[in-house]
Ligand binder design. Sequence first.
Ligand SMILES: Cc1cc2nc3c(=O)[nH]c(=O)nc-3n(C[C@H](O)[C@H](O)[C@H](O)COP(=O)(O)O)c2cc1C
Length: 189
Amino acid sequence: MANPRRVAVVVGSLRKGSFNRKLAQAIVAGAPAGLALEIVEIRELPLYNQDDDADPPAATKAFRQKIAAAEAVLFVTPEYNRSVPGVLKNAIDIASRPYGQSAWNGKPAAVISLSPGAIGGFGANHHLRQSLVFLNMPALQQPEAYIGGAADLFDESGALKKPETKQFVDKILAAFATWIERVAAKPGA
Ligand SMILES: Cc1cc2nc3c(=O)[nH]c(=O)nc-3n(C[C@H](O)[C@H](O)[C@H](O)COP(=O)(O)O)c2cc1C
């Protein structure tokens, strides 16, 4: 079997008890054989400053390198004020520069939004997709992943409690694995 695809998982929350982090960890633990998923942390990143492009801070360099080394990116994010949390947008901006050297360029992506609310972070999911268009990251279209009711999804160990949520997440990951291969077969198409 071919080597599994290296997938960077970027979580849009810094909160200790983050539901999104729990979901990302559950996804990493239960990933299909064709995907090697790893959470790439955004916690230590400074606020992006274009003045730093010529000589970026160490955390910025390390983050850019990790994204550059990945073959695909899975975003797992909450919604803040109907958009993407600032920490996630900051991370996206950081790895997008210097101009012409974006680490995101051409990498297939998937977006899962997760919220305690009923609409599952739809606004964040779609604002993020707007950035992905400009970043030239072909994003998985279907199935869409807006997951609501986050407060009831996890047991005390952080595992997904409900079989239907697990099945849905497995379906997303299987579709993403197929999507990654499609993009790899026709890059730039
Ligand atoms: C600044 C802020 C804005 C928020 N705005 C939204 C929102 O627009 N939609 C929503 O569903 N939840 C919103 N929430 C609630 C978050 O979905 C909730 O705090 C969630 O647990 C955050 O994800 P996490 O558990 O992964 O940290 C907001 C929370 C904060 C702190």
